[in-house]
Write a protein that binds this ligand. Sequence first.
Ligand SMILES: Cc1ncc(COP(=O)(O)O)c(C=O)c1O
Length: 385
Amino acid sequence: MKTRLFTPGPTPVPEPVMLRMAQPIIHHRTDEFRAVIRRVSDNLSYLFCTAQPVLTLTSSGTGAMEAAIVNTMSAGEELLFVNGGKFGERWGEIARAYGLTTHELAVPWGTAATPQQILEMVAQHPAVRAVCLTHSETSTGVFTDVQAIARALRQQGYEGLVMVDGITAVGAHEMRFDDWGLDVVVTGSQKGLMIPPGLAFIALSQRAWEFNKTSTLPKFYFNLAEARASLEADDTPWTPAITLMLGLDEALQMIRHEGVENVWARHARLAAALRAGALTLGLQLFASPSSNAVTSITLPENGSTFMKLLKEKYRVTVAAGQESLKGKIFRVSHLGYYDEADMLSILFAIESALTDVGHQHSEGGGLAAAQKVFNQPHTAPGEPT
Ligand SMILES: Cc1ncc(COP(=O)(O)O)c(C=O)c1O
């Protein structure tokens, strides 16, 4: 029977990507592979809206977070992070593992830090050399306005780094690395990039590269200066994950063909439809403001039976709540390779499972609400009007 994946990583892999990865392996020190590296690098810069090189690492997203810290920070330095979920917390955990002094801005899980809160923390701790943010906090489904925070920090004269975990935001939300004055953005392959887990990506600003020159934290495999030097020769310091790189090449061409602004607009539309459907079914949304990558929904009555039905009877895999949110929410992905029909299919499953657990709602109401969103006229950027 057909199963459907609605988790915010790994996300579904498009058929052309799977076919490309099914090709015979090639050697990486060849002109053929160098051409792949060149095209991938160009398309990653397009996706990040940057003129800087975007480096590809063979690791999961956390590896790129660690690379961000060890390549820019020095022993004894101070860093600020926002704990509004499991992944925001991770910035602090990595920094502490390397002996940095961390300052935590804790916000209730399900909410986002505001520019004002960040400015106050930086004013209290003027030695902070990096502010670490999570653009889309996957554990709660919250969106943080990193553009507004970066702008506020610069207006205040802050000269440290703004580091962004964009692991589930890149591709789902507008992110203009150069224009927004961000210093580090990381993402991972199994998210908006629509390929299996195993690759991570990182961009550094001119300011971050300056920090890199004096950074004293230990680094070897994740030495980004070496990775950049190799990339300039269309090469990699270590053996790359060749098969994943071929899939990435295909996926990035799909994104480029659709147009990055259209990709962002599609995510906004799918997220809006899913939320409208859930609300019409009498469910409550957990996050505010909401990420366009993942929607967190408070579990209905008989939550564990509801989750079991989704998986076993309707064959959809959604994500459960993590840590303190276990048993309280479930999370539905619209990150990456999804379209309108996918949202209708997950709403059908949710609605049917709700009926099975005795939840009161109007039959077909969620689907109709989603369709109403889809039927609103929308012109994607670049489309003829
Ligand atoms: C926002 C965010 N940050 C970090 C991570 C960690 O990435 P990985 O599991 O690829 O190391 C994830 C994974 O889900 C994530 O969603």
